[in-house]
Write a protein of this length. Structure first.
Length: 207
């Protein structure tokens, strides 16, 4: 007889219970423990499910906020005014072979709301055609304003592009980097009066 069987018999004898009663007690303990474990697992599942649902709801709200902000940003870009800087023909920074670039550059520039032309109410009994012309909006005001900075803007474009090699400008990443650098340089020139939203290349020929 093994030691475990001897210990079990001694336990039964010391407890003053019959083997059947002792077995029932063990079964009841096992069932109670199992029920407690099941209750604990169910409660934990409910708590975790509620937490997960809360996190999903918060994430959905954040996504809606980001989408709303993106829509607002898209609307602002649509209100930009396109300004054509013309054609550029310049030497690139290649040392072994002389390479040059021919491209066309255009800017999309924001126009502050306060700078937008406002329609003036018509005056009854006007004093002539001259006043009607003064009250008319001037859609080319922004382009006229940028013409003052055009020499400095063109110089920034030339300086940025001429510092690149043909290999750098032959990749999509290289072109995007050049656009970002041109945008940063021109925004520095405008000093917050307007903002360059996008730089676009028309033809882009490297020879």
């Amino acid at each position: 007889m093994s030691n475990d069987d001897i210990d079990l018999k001694r336990t039964i004898q010391n407890s003053n219970k019959t083997p059947n009663e002792f077995l029932k007690t063990i079964i009841i303990n096992i069932i109670s423990t199992t029920l407690l474990c099941i209750i604990f697992i169910c409660a934990n599942f409910v708590i975790q499910t509620n937490l997960l649902n809360s996190k999903i709801a918060a994430l959905n709200n954040q996504t809606e906020d980001v989408d709303y902000a993106a829509d607002e940003e898209t609307e602002q870009v649509k209100h930009g005014v396109v300004v054509d800087l013309g054609d550029f023909v310049l030497n690139l920074a290649d040392e072994n072979h002389r390479r040059y670039l021919k491209t066309n550059v255009a800017l999309e520039v924001s126009q502050p709301e306060e700078a937008a032309p406002k329609e003036e109410p018509k005056k009854s009994g006007g004093h002539g055609h001259g006043e009607a012309e003064e009250a008319a909006p001037k859609p080319s005001d922004l382009e006229t304003k940028l013409n003052e900075y055009k020499p400095a803007i063109r110089d920034a474009v030339i300086t940025t592009l001429s510092s690149k090699t043909a290999a750098e400008l032959s990749t999509v990443a290289g072109k995007e980097l050049a656009k970002e650098q041109i945008m940063a340089a021109i925004n520095g020139i405008l000093a917050g009066q307007n903002e360059v939203l996008r730089v676009s290349f028309g033809q882009f020929i490297i020879q």
